[in-house]
Design a protein around this ligand. Structure first.
Ligand code: HEM
Length: 273
C-alpha cells in the first residue's frame, strides 16, 4: 500500500474492517484446530477419501497440507490463502454470474437456446459458449493484466522505461471490431465451434500470472447456470441494460441484477426476486 493512502478515515475504516475479518478467520482456524483437524498430514477429504466425520472443505485441505520440511501452515499463511480465495475467487465469480443472468434475461433467444440444451441433456457446448461470451462482454476485471516494466521494452512501436505500469485492457480488446464481429452483441454462438483465443480473450489475464482459478471459476459458473435454469425461468426485468458499478475489486451490475425468477411450468406467481 502506498504510504499516501495510509491515513484518514477511509484508511481507518479499511483497517477496522480488516481486523474484524481477520478475527473471524482466525477464530474459525482455531476452532477447527481445537477439533483436532489437520493433526495428521493429508487426511483432509478428497486427499485420501472421506473418513467418517472428516470435513472435505478447502480449510480442511489447507490444515492437512504440509510444507516440504513437514511443518503445517501457520495461521497467517492459512489466513492469506482463505482471504485470497474470498477476494480473488468469490467476488469475481459471483459478479461474473450476476452479469450472466443480466445478459441472459435481456437476450431471450440466447436464454431459450441455453435452456433447450440443458433440457436435452445433450452436452454442454452452448453453456460453455455462454460463459465465454459473458466473460468477453462483461469482464469484471477490465484492467486484466497489469505489469510493471522491469527493463526497457517496445510494444507496438512505443518504448517503455522501467517503472512504467502497462495494462492490457480486456474491455477494449473484447470490443475491438477488428477482432470480434458485431462486438457489442451478446452472441455465445461465436464460441460454439471456436475456442476463445489466447491473445484476443483475456478476462483471466494471461501469461505466467494468468488467473489460477480460471477453470474452477468457469466450472462453477456452468454448474450454477444449469442448476438455476433447469428449474426456473427468468423474466425480462426491463428493456434497459444495467450499467456497471465498482464492488470491491470487480465491476458488477449497477442494479444488482434484480430479475424475476419463476419456477418452470408453474403459475406466473414469482418464486423469488
Ligand atoms: C470469473 C471469475 C474470475 C475472474 C474474472 C478472474 C480474473 C483474474 C485476473 C484478471 C487475474 C490477473 C491475471 C494476470 O495478471 O494476468 C487473476 C489472478 C488470480 N486469480 Fe482470478 N479470476 C476469477 C476467479 C478466480 C478464482 C475462482 C480463484 C481461486 C479459486 C482465483 C484466483 C486467482 C489468483 C490466486 C490470482 C493470482 C495469480 C498470480 O498472480 O499468479 N481467481 N484472476
Amino acid at each position: 500500500m502506498l504510504p499516501m493512502f495510509q491515513r484518514g478515515r477511509r484508511w481507518e475504516r479499511f483497517q477496522h474492517a480488516r481486523t474484524e475479518a481477520d478475527a473471524l478467520i482466525y477464530d474459525t482456524i482455531d476452532e477447527r484446530r481445537a477439533d483436532g483437524e489437520g493433526e495428521r498430514a493429508g487426511t483432509a477429504g478428497t486427499a485420501r477419501g472421506l473418513a467418517n466425520g472428516d470435513r472435505d472443505d478447502v480449510l480442511a485441505m489447507l490444515l492437512a497440507a504440509r510444507h516440504e520440511d513437514g511443518s503445517p501452515m501457520t495461521p497467517v499463511e492459512l489466513r492469506d490463502e482463505l482471504m485470497t480465495l474470498l477476494v480473488a475467487g468469490h467476488e469475481t465469480t459471483a459478479s461474473e454470474l450476476a452479469w450472466a443472468f443480466e445478459r441472459l434475461s435481456r437476450t431471450p433467444d440466447v436464454l431459450d437456446r441455453l435452456t433447450a440444451e440443458i433440457d436435452s441433456g445433450d452436452g454442454d457446448a452452448y453453456v460453455t459458449a455462454t460463459v465465454y461470451e459473458t466473460l468477453r462482454r462483461r469482464p469484471v476485471l477490465p484492467n486484466a493484466a497489469p505489469r510493471l516494466v522491469m527493463e526497457p521494452v517496445e510494444v507496438g512501436g512505443w518504448r517503455y522505461e522501467p517503472g512504467v505500469c502497462l495494462i492490457a485492457d480486456a474491455y477494449l480488446l473484447h470490443h475491438d471490431p477488428d477482432v470480434y464481429d458485431d462486438p457489442y452483441a451478446f452472441r455465445p454462438e461465436r464460441f460454439v465451434d471456436e475456442q476463445p483465443g489466447t491473445y484476443t480473450w483475456i478476462p483471466f489475464g494471461g501469461g505466467r500470472r494468468r488467473c489460477l482459478g480460471a477453470s474452477f471459476a468457469m466450472l462453477e459458473m456452468k454448474i450454477v447456470l444449469r442448476a438455476v435454469l433447469a428449474h426456473h425461468e427468468l423474466a425480462l426485468p426491463g428493456p434497459e441494460d444495467e450499467g456497471a458499478r465498482r464492488r470491491g475489486i470487480t465491476l458488477s451490475p449497477g442494479g444488482g441484477t434484480r430479475t424475476v425468477l419463476r419456477a418452470r411450468g408453474e403459475s406466473r406467481v414469482p418464486a423469488a426476486a
